[in-house]
Design a binder for this molecule. Structure first.
Ligand SMILES: Cc1cc2nc3c(=O)[nH]c(=O)nc-3n(C[C@H](O)[C@H](O)[C@H](O)COP(=O)(O)O)c2cc1C
Length: 190
């Protein structure tokens, strides 16, 4: 995808340069899916974002088991990895379900099937978007429609809404290859 050097000579962070997809990363996703035998899989995805009000886009390599699963099941889940689940979330980004059939078990996760889409909900991850496949575009981006969002009660704030300071999602820093915690409120917007 990109070379090891984070910035071309003379460029600074935020410049519009080749490889600038390294910057401005949002929460890193865990993508959940079922294979044709109904076995759950999950993978790490940093190259993904909100695409429209109720749509998401993912850039997934064709070699991943998840990519094949999404094409056959026409669905997937997207969860935020969190400070508390970062080790397992990293594991599913290193090991492929093509080689390890019990990847979810080895990650220490349990799943239940979404009631809305044909995809697994990872019970240890507190916020999950349940998505159905809309299309795969000419550049092979996977576009999904969010049909439901499930949130664990433990991360709802006093107003009953998901609270970032309780979820404590992590993002991926592709410059230094680290996971970085999000979730500190610094000011009110609007
Ligand atoms: C921090 C991190 C971010 C990643 N982001 C992506 C991504 O956006 N797209 C992608 O195709 N692979 C990405 N990967 C690689 C997959 O998560 C990895 O190859 C995984 O083992 C695929 O699993 P599967 O074959 O079971 O689907 C990432 C890995 C890590 C560690």
């Amino acid at each position: 995808m990109e070379g090891k050097s984070p910035l071309p000579k003379g460029a600074s962070a935020g410049d519009r340069v080749e490889g600038s997809s390294r910057f401005y990363k949002r929460a890193r996703f865990t993508v959940g899916s079922y294979d044709e035998a109904g076995r759950p899989d999950a993978m790490n995805a940093a190259w993904g974002a909100i695409y429209d009000n109720d749509q998401v886009v993912l850039c997934l390599d064709k070699s991943h088991k998840t990519t094949r699963n999404i094409i056959s099941s026409k669905a997937f889940t997207l969860s935020f990895a969190t400070v508390d689940t970062v080790t397992s979330a990293d594991y599913v980004g290193i090991v492929s379900g093509n080689k390890e059939q019990d990847k979810i078990g080895k990650a220490g996760w349990t799943v239940k099937m979404s009631t809305r889409v044909n995809a697994p909900i990872i019970e240890e991850l507190p916020l999950v978007m349940e998505c159905e496949l809309v299309r795969i575009d000419a550049e092979e981006h996977i576009i999904g429609k969010i049909v439901n969002v499930s949130v664990d009660e433990s991360v709802l704030g006093e107003d009953g809404k998901p609270d970032y300071t309780l979820i404590r999602p992590v993002t991926y820093d592709p410059v230094h290859f680290n996971y970085v915690a999000l979730g500190n409120k610094v000011a009110r917007a609007f």
